[in-house]
Design a protein around this ligand. Sequence first.
Ligand SMILES: Cc1cc2nc3c(=O)[nH]c(=O)nc-3n(C[C@H](O)[C@H](O)[C@H](O)COP(=O)(O)OP(=O)(O)OC[C@H]3O[C@@H](n4cnc5c(N)ncnc54)[C@H](O)[C@@H]3O)c2cc1C
Length: 1014
Amino acid sequence: MQSSNLEPQIIARGREFFSSISGESVSLFNKARWTGKVMDWCMKNEGFKVQLFRFVDVLPSLTTGKLLTSHIREYFGGEGDDVPAVLKWGAKSAGIAGMLGASVINATIRYQIQDMAKQFIVGENTKTAVKNLAKLRKDGFAFVVDVLGEATVNDEEAERYVATYLELLDELQDERTKWTDLGGGNNGLDWGHAPRVNVAVKPTGAYPLPEPQNFEGAVEGIKARLARVYEKVIAAEGFLCIDMESYKYKDITLEVYRRLRSDPKFRHYPHLAIVLQAYLRDTDKDLDDLLKWARENQLPISIRLVKGAYWDYETVLAKQRGWEIPVWTQKPETDAAFERQTCKILENHDICHFACASHNIRSIAVVMEAARALNVPEERYEFQVLYGMAEPVRKGLQNVARRIRLYCPYGELVPGMAYLVRRLLENTANESFLRQSFAEEHEITQLLEDPRKTLERTRKEEEPAPAHQPAEQIGPISPIRPIRLIEPFRNEPAADFTRKEVRDAFPRAIAEVRKQTGRTYPLFIGGKDVATPETLPSVNPANPDEVIGRICQAGKQEVGDAIAAARKAFPAWRDTPSAQRAEYLLKAAAILRRRIYELSAWQILEVGKQWDQAYADVAEAIDFLEYYAREMIRRAEPRRCGSSPGEVNLYFYEPKGIAGVIAPWNFPLAISCGMAGAAIVTGNPVVFKPSGFSSVIGYHLVEAFREAGLPAGVFNYIPGRGGVIGDFLVDHPDISLIAFTGSVETGCRIIERAAKVHPGQAGVKKIISEMGGKNAIIIDDDADLDEAVPLVLYSAFGFQGQKCSACSRLIVLDSVYDRFIERLIKTASGMKIGPAEDPRYSMGPVADRTAQKSILEYIEIGKKEGKLLYSSPVPDKGFYVPLTIIGGIKPDHRIAQEEVFGPVLAVMRAKDFDQAIEWANSTRFALTGGVFSRSPRNLERARREFRVGNLYLNRNCTGALVDRQPFGGSGMSGVGTKAGGPDYLPHFMDPRVVTENTMRRGFTPVREDDERIV
Ligand SMILES: Cc1cc2nc3c(=O)[nH]c(=O)nc-3n(C[C@H](O)[C@H](O)[C@H](O)COP(=O)(O)OP(=O)(O)OC[C@H]3O[C@@H](n4cnc5c(N)ncnc54)[C@H](O)[C@@H]3O)c2cc1C
């Protein structure tokens, strides 16, 4: 059935609904009250709205008068630090009498915002919530109650979440017998059929940080805890609904629902619901699958249909990650989907109970008319609205449908604020039905319009989109492809583990790669494989008995041969047009893209990278190739300097010569591709020495460039021991530049040696050197700890802390120290350590036995300097070291100064933000840094004074993306070259200027860009 067949009835029903509530208003928009005035101001002033919502978000952490005052000034202080009149409004009527001095105004603002939050919350504790729920029932409303919680980041918090539900259910079980049935029933069921006790749970409350990458672990972890809640619900003869959160958790949640519903223990009990979000493009299919599943298993189900509460988040996140946007992007598309799915569910009412959760009178009218047309019995559907919102709608529903249930969150105001922000965002959005109906009073005809018609109309009104320039196929190398024929640079999307095919691809690729382990890899010199008698094994650090490959070792002879091959290739390569050189990079990028899962699998096995990190490394390698190709084309065109007539000065670049590329193992493909790709595209043939720990992956770069057809000698691969060939390569007189990434010791040694001019050397060597870091994250006293805890752990322990960007110092302000560190440690203790190929483990092995030994030594040093706060257990076999957190560290301690390159976090307690910044800057490194703060002033200070190459505000301090976060530091972290940024390529080239006098015998051609002679 389609709702369009019922259009006249829907419109009539909607009109009737509107007239039954005429004159009613939504309290949120009531301008006689502070909230209404402020909302009105928000809807007129986007800048104010942003500040207010951010302020509401930070308010719970402003625990002292001083903090509150400074934040009010920072968020709202304009000229003369005065706060907008709208915020001061009603200070006296709020009961805070007296002169409107700063402290009174501040207290008013806090009071009013908390009051606003309370409007949406049925109680701050179980007792008051239960009391208020009873009151609502007296007024004729059923309820579904939801526990607001801080984001759950560790098992203890998840247990607390479950315990709150169990306590609530105990209370409700006792209380429910005191209530009378709604709707005149007398069998203990509301309206004669619905359980009186009805609760909603959030899957992410019951399990810390579920990751789709670890799908099975997340599903089973959530199910185990929800099963305990469901048992209690059944004992209370109640109803449980599993709420739907962001898209990331959608498939996990659906699977939890299926497993819980079909669990032999629970099959007999039908009162378990799931939420579907009409704004998701997947939902039509998910609904079909669920209905089919219910029929096949003969299990009645229940669905609450909503439109979806995370629209902004989903769209922004997808854009940032380069994923397809999972939600509809036009509001009427969501409305139409809601109607379509309503009809589908009602058609299946025999197997599926339906809860319509919308405040949109058009959507509600569709439900009513479709149910009527399909003869759906009353007990098979009901209406739900949010507590504290849409009062007219709930009143109207009570008049016409009677079966109305209020969604009632309860809990402390701290987590309540996050809920409040979501509700405010929803209601003040331009597209909100409530805003349009009750704040802006749009025409009823427009409000009730069929969304398909609205869509048709708006699509017609829209300008035709500009024709899309199709990407050229990357075929054989063409002579020159003009830049306009290449699509603008876009980052390769991160792996989207919400997609089953992505999750399934990893074990498949690992199994495939495993079949190829143990091979012997030759050198690659002058376009030919070259075998040497000596080989070294490269092993799986999680299981050193597993040989990933045997690598032929280059000696000085082979390095010399490689340099000679590069020298031979140089003239032709230098004179190859830049655009053509760029084509080779684009072709190699396409090859890596085709092999992305396979190359990720090699990294998982050879260096112990987790699935997502391995994929990110290959994606970054692709990005470097794509980005530098475009950068080269951009720079290839000679630039005219000055504009004097009669003279043309052309500025252009040419390659330096032969590049020695010395790569690390921790980003085995990305950094190799970055350095080698930049050298190649700028015209410098490369002699590439990979790290001994990642030489198999290094050989895959050979394969990619070979398949791309790069001319012989332009890329040469010479794996070998640093002690044998390192100095020889650096000292060689034919080497013109060295691109190095690795430790500060090796980097400085290269710089020093390269400064010496050897006999036969034609020029001064250029060194591009990215070295270490001792990166700090500052936790300010108003930081969002829900976000900071997981992101600090990710920054410190992602890939075992073996990133030069990793956080190794944590500076926490005194006033939040205890609370933050307690949460951090509890969360860290839930991180499991084991082989990277198994997605249950968030931390894996370190590079090799030497690294293991060195890190363990540093841990001992740290334990002496400070106090061990946490040390994780580790598997027996493999190069593991414990995830280690050491407190009581001072800035001058070795553990706070020396790069450890492992999962060791040194924690410092700073008395205030000044001291935190001073300590953050107190090492010789300056690579990355992070600040978690919601103080605009402190963020601004950090921007100015936290002197690192890459500073991250309110996010993790690792994972720089090509083009978006050009990467590299200064001090002992690097020589100031920013990889993946617009200034990188010139380091590989010499600029030249050719000046031509164009005047001959007093005559000069006039050029368009000549300075005008007036
Ligand atoms: C009882 C109840 C329980 C709820 N439970 C959940 C839940 O578990 N999970 C959840 O996510 N939400 C839940 N919600 C919130 C719900 O998803 C909606 O956000 C909210 O109800 C607003 O929808 P509406 O139909 O009332 O209003 P409308 O104003 O008609 O619709 C607003 C909605 O349209 C969508 N939208 C807005 N702009 C666009 C656009 N440009 N393109 C496409 N779509 C757009 C968004 O979903 C937005 O929330 C619940 C709501 C209720 C009433």
